[in-house]
Ligand binder design. Structure first.
Ligand SMILES: *Cc1c(COP(=O)(O)O)cnc(C)c1O
Length: 355
């Protein structure tokens, strides 16, 4: 039996389910770091160029702190947890051009906490633009210490060793996992899910698909949990930037389940709702592809928007290719979640130096 609901009662349903998720979120410590809600804007020149569905952009590149990006939403909950545990400094890790490291350094600066960053060399690049420019320049500008580790190092263990050293010096460190991806950090994307649903409802916009770049999995896991808790059937697709599909999906599913437990909203995560497409990684994490390069240039020229070579550029390359292949046929509105990262463009200047 199908249930017919008129537009205004559908809006009431969305509002009620989002309100109940918001009440759950309010029981967690949180510091205000991000400019929220981030805008939801149409990309009309891109949509016309592709001749397909209308494509929108959710501007999480505009979260406000140090050039913005998706990690700031997670840090609202992670930094509040660090403060609740009386930490006086934070430790985190990422790849050399980590946007997460930059946003963590900025959040620590704003809250008066020390920040220690460990950067893993995942690309083998030795040019100084990559090793010390872009995000690394900003890590240091925000006053963080920057340590280096070789590719393949056990970064979780490296953070533990550093924490021990800091404790021996009388400090109280708080360890933030890579990408801020644990059930505490993922709450930031539970919040994004209800924010987007409310925005769409207010605009009477029916979103068919939400697409974004997925890496350490906290963004997608938070969205999966948030959409499930809000009882939304919006289709979510992560475009992978590192792991193969099976591994990426199981990472997201596992963290989505743990995030739902942590949230305490009591809904099950449907494994089928966790979908990643990992066909756009190319030769590896942080290594350029022609499709990424074309996508970054296209959006810069058509929409005046900046995407990055490691994450959002590969996510966009996936979105564009899937639209062109007709994978979204029948869809009216697709939202691309812009997770930020443009500071990394300055770590890869040669990629875009010639046309
Ligand atoms: C970290 C990051 C992502 C991926 O988010 P995860 O939560 O790690 O999956 C996507 N885009 C940008 C720009 C990022 O910095």
């Amino acid at each position: 039996m199908s249930v017919v609901v008129d537009a205004s009662s559908a809006q009431t349903l969305v509002k009620d389910s989002c309100d109940s998720v918001r009440r759950k979120l309010q029981s967690f410590p949180r510091v205000s770091l991000a400019h929220l809600p981030t805008p939801l804007e149409p990309m009309d020149r891109l949509s016309a160029h592709l001749g397909g569905p209308r494509i929108w952009v959710k501007r999480d590149d505009c979260t406000g702190l140090s050039g913005g990006g998706n990690k700031t939403r997670k840090l609202e909950f992670l930094m509040a947890d660090a403060l609740a545990q009386k930490a006086d400094c934070v430790i985190t890790q990422g790849a050399t051009q980590s946007n997460h490291a930059r946003q963590t350094a900025a959040a620590a600066a704003k809250l008066g906490l020390g920040c220690h960053i460990l950067l893993e060399d995942r690309t083998g690049y030795t040019n100084t633009d990559y090793t010390d420019g872009g995000n690394v320049l900003l890590d240091r500008l925000h006053g963080a210490t920057v340590g280096r580790r070789p590719g393949g190092a056990d970064m979780a263990k490296e953070m533990e060793i550093l924490a021990e050293r800091l404790r021996a010096d009388g400090r109280t460190p708080y360890i933030i996992p890579g990408g801020g991806s644990n059930p505490v950090g993922a709450l930031g994307y539970v919040n994004c899910a209800v924010e987007l649903l409310s925005q769409a409802s207010d605009m009477s916009l029916e979103i068919d698909h939400l697409v974004h770049a997925t890496g350490s999995s906290g963004t997608q896991a938070g969205l999966v949990a948030g959409l499930a808790a809000a009882q939304s059937d919006l289709n979510l697709l992560g475009i992978g930037v590192r792991a193969p599909r099976e591994k990426q999906e199981s990472m997201v599913y596992d963290l989505a389940c743990r995030t739902m437990d942590h949230l305490g909203a009591g809904f099950d995560i449907d494994r089928d709702r966790v979908r990643a497409n990992c066909d756009y990684v190319g030769p590896g994490y942080g290594l350029p592809t022609d499709a990424m390069r074309n996508a970054v240039r296209l959006l810069a020229e058509l929409e005046g928007l900046l995407f990055d070579p490691v994450y959002s550029g590969k996510g966009l390359a996936g979105l564009i290719d899937l639209v062109q292949r007709g994978e979204f046929s029948g869809a009216r509105n697709i939202v691309f979640l812009h997770t930020g990262g443009s500071a990394a463009l300055f770590g890869y200047p040669d990629l875009f130096s010639s046309k």
